[in-house]
Design a protein around this ligand. Sequence first.
Ligand SMILES: [Cu+2]
Length: 540
Amino acid sequence: MLTALLLTCLALCQTALAKTVTYNWDVTWVWASPDGFGRPVVGINNQFPCPPMEATIGDRVIVNLNNKLGNETTSLHFHGIFQAGTAAMDGPTGVTQCPIPPGGSFTYDFVVNQAGSYWYHSHNKGQYIDGLRGPFIIHDPAAPFKFDEEITITISDWYQDQAPGLINYFESPANELTGGSEPIPNSAVLADTQNAQFSVKPSTTYLIHVINIGSFVGSYLKIDGHTMTIVEIDGVYTQSQKVDELYLTVAQRYSVLITTKADTSKNFLISNTLDTKMFDHIPTWANPDVYGFLVYDSKKPLPAVTPLRTYNVFDDFQLIPKDRQTAFTNVDQQIMITMDFVDDDGINRAIVNNVTYVAQKVPTLYTAMSAPKDVVMNPLIYGVNSNSFVLKLNQTIEIVLINEDSGNHPWHLHGHNFQVIARSPANTPYKASAIHPPHTPMRRDVVTVYTGGYIVLRFKVDNPGIQLFHCHIEWHVEAGLTATLIEAPDVLQDTETIPHGHYQTCESQGIPTKGNAAGNTKNWLDLTGANTAFETDNWG
Ligand SMILES: [Cu+2]
């Protein structure tokens, strides 16, 4: 009885403590030089780096976003947040909302029921490459580990040119002729700067949130003299795992614990280097190394820097989720996806099962919300170039992703952490008989499929919404390396509503908010006029 009362009180107290965290943000151009080279970047409230978001599990988060850029549209995605019950708040333009035009405003409003390390970024036209991204930390009073203080370390590749021009060049016939190389970053940044200093106290346990907010390549990270203990990846608590180094693909996160030394006589180097194996070539002007410092005593000198060149990385496939969730069995629907790149009339495009992704006239969520019951489960209405798969509530889904390209690709699923059932070495053909699911598979929301290899992922359909499944390399997103999982749209349209202001964002730009992908509300299976061709110059 007493226990029951106590539990009730705990539950109620928790609810009573939940607060609303509000951010009033203007998206603005800012002159900044994160790697020493000055350029215009997309910042927030005239500041760069963009401010961190912070909340506690159970909180309501409101972001009032005003687009003050003048010359670009925008949006925000909260990476890793499931948006259960708030499908309209996910952020990708053409998918769950219209782009926010210059002068326009948009409100994101959702409750966070997950804890750990997340981030936010523009999900519109490769814009986060230009700076609109930042950490999002969600605290958990019941976290299954102890620590005294917290530090956030973002790492990222960085370009000195602006993204629109780089995207156009990436997709251009000139680039296609020379092999379709991704733009090579000029440099690396840590905490959106170089040589950042993190003050630490002696004999203190720090929870460090390491977040790769970059747009292209993975990154190695090491803290000299300090062993890291992994306790969370992509919002999933893991069994403790001691490591010397981390490797993070873009969009991945690790929370690690370190305990500082009792002795404050020395400061320590944090070294981070970009994975240059992902570059098609290494130009002499590219600097893949960036440093930071753990500062025990600011009066003592900083250590000399040496680039990280030998790698000793723990394989994340070996991590075990703290909750020991076992591998899902009895797969209801298997989705086979083959990815590659093609020369599409001289344009460098990515393909998913031979189709390049193109955002549709009607944002996919609005098609799902307005579709009659007899067609809402039909993938055709969402448009051929949306690469849509319709999923039924409560089913177990298995994605088999086969990489026919010569390059590693970090794939991300919105709305879920997936179980990583298999991840093959490079250049391994997929064979169903070779799949032996681990007992307690690692779960996360971004995982790399290696060159010529495959990954097998499983998750349950428990989050009605429009969930993009895409490579997180922004150049590849812009080239069409995206599929759309339409998750229980029949349930979605009965249980959720779209805020009026979201529709107004479309209406103010003459974008339809009803009908199939082509905006046809009469004949839902007639896709005449749907977007099938990509824009070759989005900014011309
Ligand atoms: Cu990719």
